[in-house]
Ligand binder design. Structure first.
Ligand SMILES: N[C@@H](CCC(=O)N[C@@H](CS)C(=O)NCC(=O)O)C(=O)O
Length: 197
C-alpha cells in the first residue's frame, strides 16, 4: 500500500501517524512538492485535485487525509480508531469535518502563509484560529479525547495543524487543556512525530 507523501505536510502526517499507531504497513512515496510533482503525472492521474496525501491500496485510490483515515481505520485497525455505531461515527465525523474546515482554514492556513509564502488572508486565518481554538480548549477541559472518551482518528485529524500552528504565529499559551491533550497523544504507544511537532 503506497502513500504519496510530503514530509512537511500535516495532512500526510495524519496518515503516517495512524499507520504508526495501528501497526499498518505503508510504503512512503515522497513527492517533490516544491517542484510541483503533485500537479504532474503520475500523481495528478491518481488525484486530479493535485493535492497530497494520496493513498493507493491495490485498486483503491483515495485523496483527502480524513477519507484516508476512515478507510485505514475501518479496513486495517478493527474498530478502535474508527468505530462501528452510527452515533459513534457521527461523533468522530464532526471532528473530521472540523479538521477539514476550521483547522484547515485557521492554524493550517496561517502556517501556509508564514512558512510557505501562500498568498492567503493572514488576518482571516488568525480570526478563524481564535474562533476554533477556544472551542477545542473548552471541549478538552471536560474530555481527555475529542470523541468517545478514547483516542480515535478524530484526535489524529485535528491535532497536527494545532501543534504546527506556531509556525504560523498561532501559539498555545492560552490553551492548557490543548497542550495537555497534545502531551497525551505523544504518549500513545507507537507515536511518531514530524518536523516542528
Ligand atoms: N482536504 C485535503 C487537503 C490536502 C491539501 O491541501 N494538501 C496540500 C499539502 S498539505 C496540497 O497538496 N496542496 C496543493 C498545493 O498547495 O499545491 C486533505 O485533508 O488531505
Amino acid at each position: 500500500m503506497k502513500l504519496y507523501d510530503l514530509e512537511l505536510s500535516g495532512n500526510c502526517y495524519k496518515v503516517r501517524l495512524l499507520a504508526a499507531l495501528a501497526g499498518i504497513d505503508l510504503e512512503i512515496v515522497p513527492v517533490d512538492f516544491l517542484d510541483g510533482a503533485h500537479k504532474r503525472a503520475p500523481v495528478i492521474d491518481l488525484n486530479p485535485f493535485g493535492e497530497l496525501p494520496v493513498l493507493e491500496d491495490g485498486d483503491v485510490v483515495l485523496r483527502d487525509s480524513q477519507a484516508i483515515l476512515v478507510y485505514l481505520g475501518r479496513k486495517y485497525a478493527g474498530n478502535q480508531w474508527w468505530p462501528d455505531g452510527a452515533a459513534q461515527q457521527g461523533e468522530v465525523m464532526q471532528w473530521l469535518a472540523t479538521a477539514a474546515n476550521e483547522i484547515f482554514n485557521g492554524p493550517n492556513a496561517a502556517r501556509l502563509v508564514d512558512k510557505f509564502g501562500y498568498a492567503l488572508n493572514k488576518e482571516r486565518t488568525i480570526e478563524v484560529s481564535n474562533h476554533i481554538l477556544p472551542l477545542v480548549e473548552q471541549h478538552l477541559q471536560n474530555n481527555e479525547w475529542l470523541a468517545l472518551g478514547r483516542p480515535t482518528i478524530a484526535d489524529l485529524a485535528v491535532f497536527p495543524y494545532i501543534a504546527l500552528g506556531w509556525e504560523g504565529g498561532v501559539t498555545l499559551e492560552q490553551y492548557p487543556a490543548i497542550q495537555a491533550w497534545i502531551g497525551r497523544i505523544k504518549e500513545l504507544p507507537g507515536y511518531t512525530g514530524m518536523p516542528a511537532i
